[in-house]
Design a protein around this ligand. Structure first.
Ligand SMILES: [Zn+2]
Ligand SMILES: [Zn+2]
Length: 361
């Protein structure tokens, strides 16, 4: 296939030419090369190129695409079959080709719509996995007519407007001559067939909205905000197109005791001054029941102790995180007489000067 000439060069305009400049250049060249009054060999080919360049550069989306991707950006809509195209004198120009290409593209199979859904789960469910049933409203093929849109037992008939072609010719007359466009048939929407006896359930659309319960399996260790795609669980496709997908986003609810840090779980343990000073053996809650923890004597508030493998399982891997226990020394807000007496004695013992030290001035 020959290398295609740049559209801007064909029209002899700069790449930043305005729409008006492009239009003026096209008019001038189209007159010059119009096969009706230019009988030079190659004039007809030139005229086709000029039209092709103008068709692209005068359509903002096509021009933007051409500027970015060159001829490849136009997706084969241009150029193909040009060599075989036959000029009918002052008649049908390549617009016929464009029109037919557009008409064809409208009858393509359409993929079903993608759907979105959010699921809230507890920290325990995120940690150990679970199954959740969700209700999704989606488009499905009509169960009565199986998506055909025809009353069971009947068949679609040939469209009388386009006689089954799916497109119709529309003739336009302007200063350059007669232009024939192929446009999608309005009666059958390009299908070439019409439903004369529509299905009663879907009224001929072949589709229906349905509520579906879908069971979602949640893997142990899933993170807050994680997405899962359930392939083919979205809306049904049209004209044989494949079904869309269902995208699920998980939100892990806050827990009253634990904070998640990656696959570790943080728990704040309140203790009194005596426990932190003297040490203690205590029980702390974990995601799976209570566990024993030894607090060493002389522990400070904010100290962190690690309970190995008591955290959240690593997603799709072996092993799991830890539980971190953070000590928080709590000062009592009220005391019994006995406790006050004991604390006073303790306080005096702390403030008593050591042997040999000078009393404060
Ligand atoms: Zn139906
Ligand atoms: Zn039709």
């Amino acid at each position: 296939m020959a290398v295609k000439q740049d559209y801007y060069e064909i029209l002899g305009v700069a790449r930043d030419a305005t729409d008006e400049e492009i239009k003026r250049a096209f008019r001038r060249l189209a007159f010059q090369y119009h096969p009706d009054h230019n009988h030079d060999s190659g004039a007809a080919d030139r005229f086709k190129e000029i039209n092709e360049a103008y068709e692209c550069l005068s359509t903002p989306e096509k021009r933007a695409s051409y500027d970015r991707y060159g001829h490849a950006g136009n997706n084969g809509d241009f150029g193909q079959d040009f060599d075989n195209f036959n000029f009918g004198g002052f008649g049908d120009i390549f617009d016929t080709f464009f029109g037919a290409a557009n008409a064809r593209s409208q009858t393509k199979a359409r993929r079903g719509e993608d759907l979105r859904c959010d699921i809230a789960i507890t920290l325990e469910e995120a940690a150990f996995g679970c199954e959740k049933e969700i209700e999704v409203e989606r488009t499905e093929a009509c169960e009565l007519c199986r998506g055909t849109g025809c009353k069971p037992g009947s068949q679609p008939s040939r469209c009388p407007t386009c006689e089954g072609a799916g497109y119709v010719r529309r003739v336009q007359q302007n200063i350059f001559g007669r232009f024939v466009n192929m446009v999608t048939c309005g009666r059958c929407g390009g299908e070439g067939k019409v439903i004369t006896d529509p299905c009663e359930k879907c009224r001929g659309t072949g589709r229906q909205k349905r509520l579906r319960n879908i069971v979602v399996e949640i893997s142990p260790g899933i993170a807050d905000g994680a997405h899962v795609r359930l392939s083919g669980e979205g809306g049904a496709g049209d004209r044989g197109g494949q079904a869309g997908d269902l995208y699920i986003t998980f939100a892990v609810l806050p827990h009253e005791l634990f904070t998640r840090e990656g696959d570790d779980v943080l728990y704040e343990l309140p203790v009194n001054f005596a426990q932190s000073a003297l040490g203690d053996h205590v029980e702390v809650p974990t995601l799976e029941g209570a566990a024993k923890l030894k607090i060493p004597a002389g522990s400070q508030t904010g100290s962190i102790f690690r309970l190995k493998n008591k955290g959240i399982p690593h997603l799709h891997k072996g092993g799991r995180g830890d539980q971190l226990v953070k000590l928080k020394v709590v000062t009592p807000e009220s005391l019994t007489d006995e406790q006050r007496k004991l604390l006073k004695a303790l306080s005096e013992s702390f403030s008593r000067p050591k042997k040999g030290a000078k009393p404060p001035a």
